[in-house]
Write a protein that binds this ligand. Structure first.
Ligand SMILES: NC(=O)c1ccc[n+]([C@@H]2O[C@H](COP(=O)([O-])OP(=O)(O)OC[C@H]3O[C@@H](n4cnc5c(N)ncnc54)[C@H](O)[C@@H]3O)[C@@H](O)[C@H]2O)c1
Length: 259
């Protein structure tokens, strides 16, 4: 098993890529704290993992709450006896508009894309230093490596996640802790629906999100968005010891979108 004996947490793990990752890591032998605001979703994922003979606990709360972003580290470490890895996957599309931007949505985007990862990371480092082979993983986007006219605000935040990861990797490498970031293109999850349906000036927003996704399919080099498992597989590699010399990498998993 590729994550045997590893102890960790995944945020935004009640749905989509986070859910797929939590289940995948557990299947590969990791103990996983499933972190999300959606209590029912968390319960389902925890039950699925434990029911299959794996080890999971649920940590339910709002990652815009600084105390919760801190507590998840200690709650997971207490339950499992330490912490080796953390996939800080939670994020938010932010506002699509530039003129007339909704600054509350901007703040929510900054909180969920950047603030929570800074807090959780700061709390996790001393805990991870107590064990060897710590691995941090973040989620950016192709919007974090390439500009997009649809999303200046989201790009600002997701470029920030890449910058954070690259700098942090250099800072903590000597502690035996790696930090990498995954950059998905479109992934078939609820967030993709939220993303495409944001109110914007070029206004496709009165269209049904499924219709928007269907009209944009031709824009995918592979003719389709990714499935969550395809991102979970990449996350598994980056968090496992197979990636022992992959550090500070921003891995595009985007079906050639940015190639
Ligand atoms: N889906 C895509 O097309 C896509 C593409 C690139 C990057 N991303 C990034 O992936 C991540 C989202 O993942 P997904 O697509 O798997 O999403 P998803 O919609 O499947 O799941 C998002 C999860 O986040 C949880 N959540 C929302 N607000 C929260 C909060 N305040 N506190 C705790 N949990 C909260 C939700 O309950 C949900 O379970 C984000 O970082 C996003 O920027 C997504």
């Amino acid at each position: 098993m590729r994550m045997s004996g590893r102890l960790g947490l995944v945020t935004a793990a009640a749905s989509g890529m986070g859910r797929a990752g939590a289940i995948r890591f557990a299947r590969e032998g990791a103990a996983v704290a499933v972190v999300d605001i959606d209590a029912e979703g968390v319960a389902r994922v925890v039950e699925e993992i434990n029911g299959a003979g794996g080890t999971a606990i649920g940590l339910i709360g709002d990652l815009t709450d600084d105390d919760f972003s801190r507590a998840i580290v200690h709650d997971a470490a207490k339950a499992f006896g330490g912490l080796d890895f953390a996939w800080m996957h939670a994020g938010h599309p932010g506002p699509a508009r530039v003129e007339g931007m909704d600054m509350e949505v901007w703040d929510l985007g900054v909180d969920l894309n950047l603030r929570t990862i800074a807090i959780t990371t700061g709390e996790a480092l001393p805990v991870m230093r107590k064990r060897s082979n710590g691995a941090l993983l973040y989620t950016s986007s192709i919007a974090g490596i390439k500009g997009s006219d649809r999303s200046p605000a989201y790009s600002a935040m997701k470029f920030g996640v890449v910058g954070w990861t690259r700098s942090l990797a250099q800072r903590v490498a000597k502690d035996g802790i790696r930090a990498n970031v995954i950059c998905p293109g479109g992934v078939d999850t609820p967030m993709l629906r939220t993303f495409v349906a944001r109110p914007d000036q070029d206004s496709t927003h009165n269209m049904d999100p499924e219709e928007i996704i269907a009209t944009r399919r031709a824009g995918y080099p592979m003719g389709r968005p990714a499935q969550p498992d395809e991102l979970a597989n990449a996350a598994l590699f980056l968090l496992s010891s197979e990636a022992s010399y992959v550090n500070g990498a921003a891995l595009a998993v985007d079906g050639a979108m940015t190639a």
